[in-house]
Design a protein around this ligand. Structure first.
Ligand code: CTP
Ligand code: CA
Length: 222
């Protein structure tokens, strides 16, 4: 290893990052998904790589792509596949960050033929998907665990509930109450919350938000 790498603050650290949506199949041609772009997770991956970390990016269906010696992208479709990929590497990582917009439910049955148009109404039965972040929180040993929360009401209260319920080290609250923040935008307005800790940030680009999150992580693993 060269001198530069040894001086990089994260040169001996491995990150697990989940990103993008999940697609939950209904039949061979249809799925339940969402508008998550995977941009936030990719920006965090780039910020971590820039500081010398190794990154394993578990990425749902997304147009995001990047090549780097220290970046491994594990592509998945469903929440169950995302969970399996995370579990297969969790014990190798120092930091895990969940930015993925995981579908909370999936169709109870995946039918193997394309569903034909018939009655005036169609009811799909959905069942709950595994909570990936909560599963990691229950298995956590020395990993620093970071989650995201997007709320439309009682923002901070709900985020703090997720912080404790999922056994996180901190949670990034993504504020909806702002034009230009959230899905399909390049900007976010965040608040970082931990036990007896709150830090509010201005509306920033996703790349700047990623740097702020990395700064928070560096302070906590120093
Ligand atoms: N998350 C996850 N697996 C799930 C659902 C959520 O890993 N099945 C993660 C997200 O990546 C995010 C955090 O948990 O980091 C919070 O996601 P969010 O959708 O805000 O919370 P939920 O626990 O799903 O609760 P709800 O959607 O009802 O607010
Ligand atoms: Ca959810």
């Amino acid at each position: 290893e060269n001198h530069f790498q040894e001086q990089s603050p994260l040169h001996n650290k491995t990150f697990l990052i989940t990103a993008g949506p999940t697609y939950e199949p209904i039949d061979p041609v249809r799925f339940i998904g969402n508008h998550s772009s995977g941009k936030m997770g990719m920006q965090i991956a780039k910020a971590a790589l820039h500081l010398g970390a190794k990154v394993k990016l578990v990425l749902g269906p997304s147009a995001e792509f990047y090549e780097h010696t220290n970046l491994e992208i594990l592509k998945v479709q469903t929440a169950q596949q995302m969970l399996d990929a995370c579990l297969s590497i969790f014990n190798q990582v120092d930091v895990a960050i969940a930015t993925a917009a995981v579908s909370d439910y999936r169709p109870a049955q995946v039918v193997d033929q394309k569903i034909k148009k018939k009655d005036e109404t169609l009811t799909l039965e959905l069942i709950k998907n595994p909570d990936i972040l909560k599963t990691l929180g229950a298995k956590k040993t020395n990993q620093l665990l970071v989650g995201f929360a997007l709320e439309t009401q009682n923002e901070e209260e709900n985020a703090i509930q997720k912080l404790s319920n999922k056994n996180l080290d901190f949670i990034v609250l993504n504020s909806m109450n702002n034009d230009g923040a959230g899905f399909q935008h390049n900007t976010n307005k965040i608040t970082i919350l931990a036990d007896n800790y709150k830090k509010e940030f201005d509306l920033k680009t996703k790349s700047e938000v990623a740097s702020d999150i990395l700064t928070e992580i560096l302070q906590r693993i120093a």
